[in-house]
Design a protein around this ligand. Structure first.
Ligand code: NCD
Length: 467
């Protein structure tokens, strides 16, 4: 089977079998580096990095060189026409006409998706703001598989900045997809975003358990956290047990600790120096001596700052430098597959039990509903010229729209139906989105207003019964 011309924007763009195929090819390539040196001869990779990067950019570029291909690169926005006000769509069209594959890192969430929409060549997301970083996840999963053989049933703790860390978002989806259980140990105020939790519990077989921070006897536990249990066939056995359950569960042993640094560059200016920074959890020798961590491998996408003590570098459980080194064969395999230089055998029909794809209704009327995430690509001045807001309606109680670019959620308050008034002005009524009227309107007829003023400006009057 061929993966030629596919994009990799989110973890979900690859099935479990395709991910396994990337790993198999990475294994094969790392055992025969020299033999790969003509595989992508004559091909060019554009490496567009509009945010700092060491590992991701250099491992992608190394990978392409090792495959015999050429690399053109940009490392600062200031040096491109984006600084002159060019849109990323125009840049994508042009770069796509020079290169055979594009790798992009950008601070705006959803930017890689826009590039993929406009470039005629495969596009790889090397990190889009705080949204996703799927190729880091490939390196992480590859490491987990190498160290623990299987992913199903593993207990993985995600540690640190779960709010802005894009690597943990992509990784959480992938772990869920492969049936691993996820424990969250965020720094206070940097919890996993609600939209990520929603996806884990609706599109994957995840069940969220909320736990307290007390061990039996009232002593403070290690993990003041929640957990997602992946259960394809019914509730996890720990469901509904009291909050001490997680501490007991953790003492039985965690398979991996995935540590992340505080994403300082993404913090709201007011949040800097606050609680999240002061009480950021640290992994050190002492922690690894705890009962639950004796067999635990320690992972980190790097760069580290203070959250990972240098004293554990020599510990055989520390995996972060191996993780980074594995970036080259993984990215070689991925580039070769997306360029069609390699094909793979993909066993059909196995391994999808942990995902349950939803076909959510799409909302694309321009009625003043906007994404509220200021880092979303759809909110940027240069991009609003051509990007129209588009949302998935992911829940009705309360009405919840998911931006298709950055995946942040909004809860608009006013609705109407396009069907009922049939163009008759007197019949144009709007209602509260929290009223029973929402259930009466078919998704294809639903009009959602960004504000009450928007509804009034469009000639709708308040409906009598539904406020
Ligand atoms: C990560 C990133 O850029 O998101 N780094 C990486 O790609 N290895 C993690 C980080 O910057 O903290």
């Amino acid at each position: 089977m061929s993966l030629a011309n596919r994009d990799l924007i989110t973890t979900d763009d690859l099935s479990n079998q395709e991910i396994e195929a990337v790993f198999a090819l990475a294994d094969e390539m790392s055992g025969s580096m020299k033999e790969q040196s003509n595989l992508c001869q004559g091909k060019i990779m554009a490496s567009l990095f509009f945010e700092p990067s060491t590992r991701t950019r250099l491992s992608f570029e190394t990978a392409m060189h090792r495959l015999g291909g050429g690399v053109i690169s940009v490392v600062e926005m200031e040096n491109t026409s984006l600084a002159k006000g060019e849109s990323i769509a125009d840049m994508a069209r042009v770069v796509g006409s020079y290169a055979d594959i594009i790798v992009i890192r950008h601070p705006w969430e959803g930017a890689a998706k826009v590039v993929a929409n406009y470039a005629d060549v495969p596009v790889i997301n090397a990190g889009d703001g705080g949204h996703e970083h799927p190729t880091q996840t490939l390196c992480d999963l590859y490491t987990l598989k190498k160290e623990r053989r299987t992913l199903e049933g593993l207990k993985i703790a995600l540690w640190g900045d779960l709010k802005y860390g894009r690597t943990v978002h992509s990784l959480a989806y992938a772990l869920a997809k492969f049936g691993a259980n996820i424990h969250f140990r965020p720094s206070p105020g940097l919890e996993m975003p609600k939209h990520v939790i929603r996806k884990l519990t609706t599109e994957y077989a995840g069940i969220l358990e909320k736990y307290g921070n007390l061990k039996e006897g009232g002593e403070e536990g290690l993990f003041p956290l929640d957990a997602i249990y992946i259960t394809p066939s019914g509730p996890h056995q720990l469901a509904n047990i009291p909050s001490v359950g997680i501490q007991i569960e953790l003492e039985k042993g965690v398979d991996a600790l995935y540590v992340t640094r505080l994403q300082k560059e993404r913090l709201e200016p007011a949040a800097e120096g606050k609680e999240s920074e002061k009480s950021y959890p640290v992994v050190d020798k002492k922690l690894l001596k705890e009962k639950g961590f004796r067999e635990t491998i320690v992972m980190h996408p790097l760069p580290r700052v203070d959250e990972l003590a240098y004293e554990i570098d020599a510990d055989p459980r520390s995996m972060y430098f191996k993780q980074a080194a594995r970036g080259v064969p993984i990215r070689m395999a991925l580039i070769a597959l997306l360029l069609g230089a390699k094909e793979v055998d993909i066993p059909q029909g196995k391994g999808m039990a942990f995902t349950q794809k939803r076909d959510y209704p799409v909302y694309k009327r321009d009625t003043g509903v906007r994404c509220l995430n200021k880092n979303c690509v759809s909110k940027q001045e240069t991009e609003t010229r051509y990007i129209k807001p588009v949302f998935q309606i992911v829940a009705n109680d309360p009405l919840t729209l998911r931006c298709i670019y950055c995946e942040h959620e909004i809860h608009p308050q006013y609705i109407a139906s396009s069907k009922w008034h049939q163009g008759i002005v007197e019949k144009k009524r709007y209602y509260s989105a929290n009223s029973f009227m929402l259930g009466r309107i078919q998704p294809e007829n639903l009009i959602i207003f960004g504000s009450e003023d928007e509804a009034l400006a469009r000639g709708f009057k308040p409906g009598k019964r539904a406020f």
